[in-house]
Design a protein around this ligand. Structure first.
Ligand SMILES: Nc1ncnc2c1ncn2[C@@H]1O[C@H](COP(=O)(O)OP(=O)(O)OP(=O)(O)O)[C@@H](O)[C@H]1O
Length: 505
């Protein structure tokens, strides 16, 4: 086919020359085209989607058939604690070990508590980004068995939308292996459970209701706090520990069962705010290797919700009922309205029902805390529901001395875990000047002698230490002026409350 452009035109407009060439070659290709071949090509293209659908259906059918006859499987629902344990093991031992992972989920790190970095604690924390390998099915060998784990990503978005969810264990999991027996899967699950236990050896897991109030979720994983870091009367502490130790002893359980008594134990911790009621509960959970389930009574929506919560709490654990004085009783209603007191929507009878019914589950320890013990109904604190009452009050000189020693004791002595984690950090930022124990005890005595007996709460004193963590001698030098300031501050508070009382009367 001849071009309509002259050579001069081509020189003036070079792209016209290229277009001409393209037109020529297309023309040559079209003239040599066999129309029957074109028809078959079109027929093939139109059949392809049907063939693809057929192959896909055949694959699904044969895969289901193979699964039915040659694969054993176990499904673990999302948000079940077991799901979390299995996922953690798979993340650490299968997914993270694989090179070349190319799909990740990125999200803001929820629990960015790096307590080893003392310098970082002093400033506002930058929110870290957490990367989690993203997968739906993964195959791996463990021992001599080939396993597959499928994660149902249908519920993935819903889980990730919950800010309290840390990205592990929210989606339904199916674990499978070749063969007719589920034994290898059970063994794998046991391995995951053992792994999870080893991971939490140094930690207390605190569970709280999720933001919808639908299920228990791990709210925090706190390093175990030793009971001797909560300062109160030593003899009381020993009595409390001995009581719990005795209760958890298997022979005690047999005794309870033999005498048809509900195997449960209740404690009431009362005292002013900041005297260690919550800290002691967490420390006890660590001491006895129990998980802690936290129920904030003022936040419970109804008796039904409370019952549901207790139904889902496992048997061997500590249930912490915080601020039980907020429970609603008939006689309180009118008085509260006039005084503007916040009360829970669940009632005393609702609470008594769960404590005696679903709440009396095997081996549970129920700890109630309150700042206002005089407001508690006698039915709530009768023996059987509360077996021991413990008053946590202002700090004594003896406890202040112990607190001082703990604050300036080298980490290697006070906590092996903290020592392991902080040894580098302390070195790099110039940690506190350390003394030999004899000098430390002398300084502690001098420090405590300047503190009035039973006047300040332990949390107040902790606030003082936070300002002088790097020097024990500086702490001793500054304590008396701090005491004076605090006392005049409390006097000021007293004046304010006296004036406000006058106004209301
Ligand atoms: N007896 C104590 N020994 C050591 N530290 C304490 C003690 N009491 C309080 N603290 C410290 O004070 C802070 C507050 O303590 P905690 O929350 O346990 O007090 P609480 O009595 O439960 O207070 P609230 O009644 O307001 O809930 C914590 O950081 C804790 O370490």
């Amino acid at each position: 086919m001849a071009s309509h452009f002259s050579p001069e035109d081509s020189l003036l407009m070079p792209h016209i020359h290229d277009l001409g060439l393209l037109k020529d070659s297309l023309g040559r290709w079209a003239s040599g085209l066999d129309i029957t071949r074109l028809g078959s090509l079109a027929a093939c293209i139109s059949v392809a989607p049907v063939a693809w659908r057929f192959l896909k259906a055949a694959w699904i059918e044969s895969y289901n058939w193979i699964r039915q006859f040659f694969v054993a499987s176990v499904t673990v629902p999302g948000r079940d604690p077991l799901n979390r344990n299995v996922m953690s093991w798979i993340m650490a031992n299968v997914v993270q070990n694989r090179r070349g992972i190319r799909s990740f989920t990125a999200r803001t790190h929820v629990h960015a508590g790096d307590f080893a970095d003392r310098a970082a604690l002093m400033k506002k924390k930058r929110r870290e980004v957490q990367y989690l390998p993203h997968f739906d099915t993964t195959l791996f060998w463990h021992g001599s068995c080939l396993y597959f784990v499928s994660r149902s990503l249908d519920s993935f978005r819903a889980s990730m939308g919950d800010p309290s969810y840390d990205g592990i264990g929210g989606e339904e999991l199916t674990i499978g292996c070749l063969g007719w027996s589920t034994e290898p899967i059970k063994k794998l699950i046991q391995t995951c459970q053992d792994y999870a236990e080893r991971q939490t050896e140094f930690f207390v897991i605190i569970y709280a209701r999720d933001r919808y109030g639908m299920s228990w979720q791990p709210k925090a994983r706190k390093p175990i706090r030793r009971v001797d870091t909560v300062h109160f009367d030593d003899r009381l502490k020993e009595t409390l520990l001995a009581d719990i130790r005795n209760y958890l002893d298997p022979s005690t359980k047999r005794l309870y069962q033999g005498r048809s008594m509900p195997y449960r134990r209740g404690y009431l911790f009362y005292g002013p705010p900041g005297t260690g009621k919550s800290s002691l509960s967490t420390a006890l959970a660590g001491e006895f290797g129990l998980d802690l389930y936290e129920v904030k009574i003022p936040c419970v929506a109804s008796d039904q919700d409370l019952e549901q919560m207790f139904l889902e709490i496992p048997p061997q654990c500590i249930v912490l009922l915080e601020d039980v004085d907020a429970i609603w009783t008939d006689r309180d209603s009118e008085r509260d309205e006039s005084q503007g007191v916040t009360r829970s929507s669940c009632t005393l009878s609702g609470l008594l029902n769960v404590l005696d019914g679903v709440g009396s589950g095997e081996g549970r320890i129920v700890i109630m805390t309150t700042n206002k013990p005089d407001r508690l109904d006698s039915a709530l604190v009768r023996p059987g529901r509360v077996d021991m009452k413990l008053m946590l009050g202002n700090i004594s000189r003896k406890s202040a001395e112990q607190m001082f020693v703990r604050m300036f004791m080298p980490d290697t002595v006070s906590s092996p875990l903290a020592a392991k984690i902080t040894q580098d950090a302390v070195g790099s930022i110039g940690g506190p000047a350390l003394f030999d124990l004899k000098t430390l005890h002398k300084l502690a005595l001098k420090f405590a002698s300047q503190i009035p007996e039973d006047t300040f709460t332990p949390s107040q004193l902790q606030g003082f230490f936070q300002l002088h963590l790097n020097s024990a001698t500086e702490a001793v030098a500054n304590i008396s002026s701090w005491v004076d300031r605090e006392l005049s501050g409390s006097l000021l508070d007293d004046d304010i409350s006296a004036v406000s009382e006058e106004k209301t009367s």
